[in-house]
Design a protein around this ligand. Structure first.
Ligand SMILES: [Zn+2]
Length: 860
C-alpha cells in the first residue's frame, strides 16, 4: 500500500509541471487537492505503521508472552485445605479506614437463572415458572424506578414476548430504555462451552441477537455465564467479535479461584493466545466463591449471606442449610443487619482491585412469585437506605444491572480500550476442567449421552448445507415467474426452527447430557424433527438448482423430486441406508459439498444389485468397490450391496452422478476373511469371496501407499503402525477398558467422572469374531465384542486416513463405563492438547484433568 501511494505521488509531480506550463489553473487546483488528500493518506499509513512497530518492540522488550493459564496449572498444588468460613479460600481481614477517602460502591444485581430444560422440559419450565417471572418483572420494576433486573436466555424471552400484549411490550421497552432492565449476553441460551462446536455457539448467539435487534432494538454489551461447567476462550472471542466489552464467568476450579483471589486477578483482560496485540481483549469478571446463589455471592461467609436471601424467610418453602434464618428488616434490626452485610461486602471487595463491588442476588428460577419480589426488593432497599445514610460507613449501595457494575468499574479504574492492560492483568487460556469441590472433576459430561452429542453434529452439518443451498435457490427462484412457486417462506420457517432447536440444544444441560431422561427425549425429538425438515429444505433447494431447463420447474409436495439416502425412524434410533433400486435406465445420485474447499472423499450408498455402473458428472465411468451388506457379523444379505467410490466436488458444488444396472459390471468386489473360534462350515457365498480363518491367531495386516497397520489376530485390535514416508514403526495399541465408580456416596454420573481407580482391561472369555475386508477403495477390520462393534478402516485414496468407529451398547451395565485406550510410544510427558469448540487449539491438559475434545486431540 505504502509503496504504491509513493509511486503515484511522484508521477503526479511530473504531470503538475506539464500542466502549469499550459496554464490550466483550475485543473491544477484539482490536482493539488488530490495530491493533498494522497499526502494525508500517506501520513496516516505511516503513522499506523509507526504505532504497530512501537507496539511490537514493546512486547519484544518485555520479552513476555501473555500470561497463560498453562503456567498457572503448573504452579498450583491443587491441594484442598480448609479455608474457614470460606471453605475453599482464606480468612479475609480489612482495616476500618480503608474506605475513608473513597467509599465502597456496591451494586446488588438481581437475576434469575432459567435453564431452557433440565429437571423439566423447556415448555414446562416456561409454563410453571418463567412466564410468571417475566410478568412480575414488568409489574414490580415499575413500582420503584430504583429497582433493576436482567435476563439472558432469549429462547424464553421470545416465547414470552409472543404471548404478551402491546401495552406490556411498551412497558418492557421503557424499562430497557431507562436502564432498569438489561439483556445480558442475549444468546438463545447460556451455552455449554466444552461439548459445543463453534458453529452452533455462533448460531445461537446470532439467533438471540437478531431477535433482540428486530423486536427490541437492543444490542447487549455484557456477557453473563454463571452456570456453564467450565469456560472456553472461544466464548470470550465470540462475545468480543459481537461487540461486547465485558463478560462474567463463574464455574472455575476452586483452586484457581483461590489463587486468583490472592493475586487480585479475578478481574482480567481475557486475550486469545494467538493474539500478539490486544485486539481480542475483553474485560472478564470471575466470581470468587462456590456458587452463584445468594449464600455465595454477598461475601465469603455463606452462613451470613444466606440470611440476606429473603426468599428464605421463616415460613417459606426454602430455608438456610446453615440453620440461621434471614430476618425481615425493620427499624429495630436495620443497624445490626446492615452492618453484618456491609462486613461481607467489604471482605469480598478485598479480593478485587477497585472499590466497586458486584453482589449478584438470585438463583435458579427466582422471582416467580410477586411476594418474592417484595421480600427481596423491599428488604434490600431498607438496608441500602440505612447504609447510605451513614456517611461514616463510607458506602453507597444500590440495585444495579451487570452493565451498571462494569461501567462504574471502568470509570473507577480509568480503563478505556487504549490503556486496557495497565490496571487489570491480561490472561490467555481456558478454564477446564472444572471442579467445584474435592476431586469432583466435571469431566463426566464430556461423554454423557454421546448419541445426542452426535445427533447435534449431524444437525449442524445439515443446517449449514441447507442454509447455503436455500440461499442459492432463493436467488434462482426470483429469476422467473415459473420458479416463484418455490416454497421460500415455508422453508425459511423450517430453517429458523432448526436454528432455534440447535440453539436450544447448546444449553448447558442439553448438549452436556445432564438433564432428566424425558427432557433428553424432548431435545432429541426437536433435533430429529429439524433434521427431517432440513432434508426437505435441501431437496427443494437442490431441485431448483440442478434443473437444466428452469422452465420445466414444477413444485409438487406429494412427489418429492429427490430422496435422501438415509432414514432415521425415531429420535433415538440409528439411521438406516435406503436401498437404491437400479434399472438399465440411469438413476441420478446428487452429491453436495457444503464446504468452501474442493473435496475428495469416499461416498458409499446402498443399491439392490451388484451389477452396477457409475458415471461421473462428466459422464465418465467411475471406479467402484462393492462391499457386502451384512446381517450380523458373518451373514451376507443379498437384499443390498454397498457401493463406494471417490467423489470429487468443487467448493459448494453439486455433482450429478448416474447409477445404472448393467450386464457385466467392472466394479470390484471386496473380499473377506472371517476369524472364527468355533467351526461353522457355511456354504460359500454366491458372490463374495469369504474365507473362514478357523482358530488363526496370525497378525492381520492392512496397507495403503502411506501406511501399514498390524492388528492382533486374537482381538482384531490395532497394535502397530508403519509410516512409509520415513519407514518408521510406531507402537499404537488399541484396547478397551472399563471404569467403575467410587464406593462413596458421590459417584460417576452425568456430570462427574469419579472412577474407582485405574481402568480395568476389557476381558472377553470368547475371542471376538473378526471380519476383515480388502477392497480397492478401502479395507477394514471389524471386531464384534459383546458391548462394542469396533471398526478400523483404511482408505486407499489421497491422504493417510485411518477411520475409527465404535458402536457401543452398554445399556445392560450398571455404574460402569467403557473406554477405548490408545497406548503409543510417543513421549508426551503426560501433556497433550485438544481443541476447544472445534475452533482453536490448544486446551492443554495434564494428568489431573480429562479435557473436552469436541473435534481433535494432539500430542507433542
Ligand atoms: Zn443452569
Amino acid at each position: 500500500m505504502l509503496a504504491q501511494f509513493l509511486i503515484s505521488l511522484s508521477l503526479h509531480k511530473m504531470e503538475l509541471h506539464s500542466f502549469s506550463l499550459q496554464g490550466q489553473l483550475s485543473i491544477l487546483q484539482e490536482k493539488i487537492d488530490h495530491l493533498e488528500r494522497l499526502l494525508a493518506e500517506n501520513n496516516e499509513i505511516i503513522s499506523n505503521i509507526r504505532d504497530s512497530v512501537i507496539n511490537l518492540s514493546e512486547s519484544v522488550k518485555d520479552g513476555q508472552k501473555n500470561p497463560e493459564m498453562l503456567d498457572v496449572y503448573d504452579i498450583l498444588p491443587f491441594d484442598n485445605p480448609d479455608g474457614g468460613v470460606w471453605k475453599q479460600g482464606f480468612d479475609i481481614t480489612y482495616n476500618e479506614n480503608e474506605w475513608n477517602s473513597e467509599p465502597l460502591q456496591v451494586f446488588v444485581v438481581p437475576h434469575s437463572h432459567n435453564d431452557p430444560g433440565w429437571l423439566k422440559t423447556f415448555d414446562d419450565y416456561f409454563r410453571d415458572q418463567t412466564q410468571h417471572i417475566l410478568n412480575n418483572m414488568v409489574i414490580k420494576l415499575q413500582e420503584d424506578n430504583r429497582r433493576k433486573f436482567m435476563w439472558s436466555e432469549i429462547s424464553y424471552f421470545s416465547k414470552w414476548w409472543d404471548g404478551i400484549d402491546s401495552q406490556k411490550k411498551d412497558a418492557v421497552k421503557r424499562l430497557i430504555k431507562d436502564g432498569q432492565f438489561e439483556i445480558v449476553t442475549g444468546g438463545w441460551v447460556m451455552p455449554d462451552e466444552a461439548s459445543s462446536h463453534y458453529f452452533a455457539l455462533i448460531d445461537q448467539l446470532i439467533e438471540g441477537h437478531q431477535w433482540l435487534e428486530k423486536n427490541l432494538g437492543v444490542k447487549p454489551k455484557s456477557g453473563w455465564a454463571i452456570d456453564p461447567f467450565g469456560h472456553s476462550p472461544t466464548m470470550a472471542y465470540l462475545l468480543k467479535r459481537a461487540g461486547f466489552s465485558n463478560m462474567l464467568i463463574q464455574r472455575v476450579h476452586y483452586s484457581i479461584k483461590k489463587h486468583f483471589a490472592t493475586q487480585k486477578t479475578l478481574e482480567f483482560f481475557w486475550r486469545q493466545n494467538w493474539d500478539l496485540g490486544s485486539s481480542t481483549d475483553i474485560l472478564c469478571h470471575m466470581m470468587p466463591f462456590y456458587s452463584y446463589d445468594v449464600p455465595h455471592t454477598c461475601g465469603p461467609d455463606p452462613k451470613i449471606c444466606c440470611q440476606f436471601d429473603f426468599k428464605r424467610l421463616p415460613g417459606g418453602r426454602v430455608s438456610c442449610p446453615w440453620r440461621v434464618p434471614p430476618e425481615a428488616i425493620h427499624a429495630g434490626n436495620v443497624q445490626h443487619r446492615a452492618w453484618m452485610i456491609l462486613d461481607q461486602y467489604r471482605k469480598k471487595s478485598k479480593l478485587f482491585r477497585t472499590k466497586v463491588l458486584l453482589a449478584p442476588l438470585g438463583d435458579d428460577f427466582r422471582y416467580a412469585e410477586s411476594s418474592e419480589w417484595d421480600q427481596q426488593y423491599q428488604n434490600y432497599q431498607k438496608l441500602f437506605d440505612y447504609m447510605n445514610s451513614r456517611p461514616e460507613w463510607h458506602v453507597k449501595a444500590q440495585f444495579g444491572t451487570l452493565s451498571d457494575y462494569f461501567e462504574a468499574l471502568r470509570k473507577e479504574s480509568n480503563v478505556n480500550e487504549k490503556s486496557s492492560n495497565s490496571f487489570f492483568p491480561v490472561l490467555s487460556g481456558d478454564f477446564f476442567t472444572y471442579a467445584d469441590r474435592d476431586h469432583h472433576y466435571w469431566s463426566g459430561y464430556f461423554t454423557s449421552r454421546p448419541f445426542y452429542k452426535r445427533l447435534d453434529r449431524v444437525l449442524e452439518s445439515y443446517l449449514r448445507a441447507a442454509e447455503i443451498l436455500y440461499s442459492m435457490a432463493l436467488v434462482q427462484s426470483s429469476k422467473s415467474e415459473k420458479m416463484s412457486v418455490f416454497p421460500s417462506v415455508d422453508n425459511y420457517k423450517l430453517l429458523t426452527e432448526a436454528r432455534r432447536n440447535l440453539g436450544l440444544f447448546q444449553h448447558h444441560d442439553a448438549i452436556t447430557g445432564t438433564s432428566k431422561d424425558w427432557v433428553v427425549v424432548d431435545y432429541g425429538t426437536r433435533l430429529f424433527h429439524s433434521i427431517m425438515n432440513l432434508k426437505k429444505v435441501l431437496i427443494d433447494s437442490a431441485h431448483i438448482l440442478i434443473l437444466k431447463d428452469k422452465g420445466a420447474y414444477n413444485y409438487d409436495t406429494s412427489t418429492p423430486f429427490l430422496k435422501m439416502d438415509d432414514v432415521q425412524s425415531s429420535q433415538d434410533s440409528l439411521p438406516r441406508k435406503t436401498v437404491i433400486k437400479l434399472t438399465s435406465q440411469p438413476r441420478y445420485l446428487l452429491l453436495y459439498n457444503p464446504m468452501d474447499q474442493e473435496r475428495l472423499s469416499v461416498v458409499s450408498v446402498n443399491v439392490n444389485s451388484p451389477r452396477v455402473k457409475l458415471l461421473s458428472p462428466l459422464g465418465k465411468p467411475v471406479a467402484v468397490q462393492i462391499s457386502a451388506v451384512w446381517d450380523g457379523a458373518t451373514t451376507v444379505s443379498h437384499e443390498a450391496y454397498q457401493i463406494s467410490f471417490v467423489a470429487h466436488l468443487p467448493p459448494l458444488g453439486l455433482g450429478v452422478y448416474q447409477l445404472l444396472e448393467v450386464q457385466s459390471s467392472e466394479a470390484v468386489l471386496a473380499d473377506y476373511n472371517i476369524y472364527l473360534r468355533n467351526s461353522r462350515q457355511e456354504k460359500p457365498d454366491r458372490l463374495f469371496k469369504i474365507k473362514e480363518m478357523q482358530n488363526s491367531v496370525d497378525n492381520i495386516i492392512l496397507e495403503n501407499s502411506y501406511m501399514k497397520l498390524w492388528f492382533s489376530g486374537m482381538s482384531g485390535l490395532l497394535e502397530k503402525i508403519n509410516t512409509k514416508e520415513d519407514g518408521k514403526n510406531h507402537q499404537m495399541k488399541v484396547e478397551f477398558a472399563w471404569y467403575g465408580t467410587t464406593s462413596n456416596r458421590d459417584k460417576s454420573g452425568a456430570y462427574l467422572f469419579l472412577p474407582d481407580g485405574d481402568a480395568k482391561p476389557y476381558i472377553f472369555t470368547d475371542p471376538p469374531t473378526i471380519r476383515v475386508a480388502h477392497g480397492r477403495i478401502f479395507s477394514e477390520v471389524v471386531c464384534f465384542f459383546h458391548h462394542v462393534t469396533h471398526t478400523m478402516r483404511l482408505y486407499k485414496v489421497q491422504g493417510q486416513s485411518l477411520e475409527v468407529s465404535n458402536i457401543v451398547d452398554i445399556r445392560g451395565e450398571y455404574n460402569r463405563e467403557l473406554a477405548m485406550r490408545i497406548s503409543s510410544d510417543i513421549n508426551s510427558q503426560n501433556r497433550f492438547y485438544t481443541d476447544l469448540n472445534g475452533y482453536q487449539p490448544p486446551c492443554s491438559c495434564l494428568y489431573v484433568c480429562v479435557p473436552p475434545f469436541p473435534s481433535a486431540l494432539l500430542f507433542d
